[in-house]
Design a binder for this molecule. Structure first.
Ligand code: SF4
Length: 195
C-alpha cells in the first residue's frame, strides 16, 4: 500500500485516497512579499526607458542616464517562516482528521501593489503564489504547543512580558515599522519611541 492508499474501514482492502492542496489567502505589504520571495536589490542599471537626470546631484550628472535598481529573486535569501509554520500547522490538523495534504501555498495580494513603494522593493505584480515547504510535524507541534502554553499563562496572569524572538519580529523590523500591537509591547515601544 503506498502513501496514496489506505485500508478501507469496512473490508480492509486498499483504497485510493484523494490528497488536497492547501491554499491560504494573504494580504501583505510589499516589504513582506519581497522578504517571502527573497527579492533583493543586486545593483543598478540605466533606466530602460532612456530617461536621463535633469539636474546634477549625488545621484549623477545632468544629462547622464538615470540609474534604476536591479532586483533578483534569490531563494537563499527568502524568509517566509511564519506562513510556513502556520500552513504546516493547518496541514497537521487536517491530516489528523484524515485529510491528506499534497501541496501547500499562499496566494498573496500585495496591499501596495502597483505603487512606487512596491516597485522600489522589486515587487512588480499585484498577486503572487508562493509554495510552502513541508516542515517536520514534531517541530510544528513543539512550537505551537509552547505558544499555547504561553497564551494560557498570559491570560491567567493578565499580562505577558516576554517579547517575540528575533525571528518572529523579523530582527526587530516588525517592531519598529509593522507590528499592530507595538504600542502595547515593551520591545515595540522601545523600537518606535526609544522609551
Ligand atoms: S513589537 Fe512586540 S509584539 Fe510586536 S513584533 Fe515586536 S516584540 Fe512582537
Amino acid at each position: 500500500m503506498d502513501g496514496s492508499q489506505k485500508p478501507c474501514p469496512k473490508c480492509g482492502k486498499a483504497m485510493k485516497v484523494k490528497s488536497w492542496s492547501l491554499t491560504d489567502l494573504k494580504n501583505w505589504g510589499s516589504y513582506r512579499v519581497a522578504k517571502a520571495l527573497g527579492i533583493v536589490e543586486t545593483g543598478k542599471q540605466p533606466d530602460p526607458s532612456g530617461a536621463t537626470y535633469k539636474k546634477s546631484g549625488y545621484w549623477g550628472k545632468a544629462g547622464t542616464p538615470k540609474m534604476v535598481p536591479v532586483f533578483q529573486r534569490m531563494p537563499q535569501e527568502a524568509d517566509n517562516w511564519e506562513a510556513e509554520m502556520q500552513l504546516n500547522r493547518y496541514r497537521v490538523m487536517l491530516e489528523d482528521r484524515g485529510v491528506p495534504i499534497k501541496r501547500m501555498q499562499v496566494q498573496v495580494t500585495v496591499r501596495d501593489g502597483g505603487l512606487a513603494v512596491a516597485r522600489s522593493r522589486g515587487i512588480e505584480r499585484n498577486t503572487y503564489m508562493i509554495a510552502i515547504p513541508e516542515i517536520d510535524n514534531e517541530e510544528i507541534l513543539e512550537y505551537f504547543d509552547s505558544k499555547a502554553t504561553d497564551l494560557a499563562e498570559a491570560m491567567e496572569q493578565g499580562s505577558w512580558s516576554i517579547p517575540c524572538t528575533e525571528k518572529e519580529s523579523w530582527e526587530g523590523v516588525r517592531c519598529s515599522r509593522f507590528c499592530e500591537v507595538a504600542r502595547n509591547c515593551p520591545k515595540g515601544l522601545l523600537a518606535q519611541t526609544g522609551e
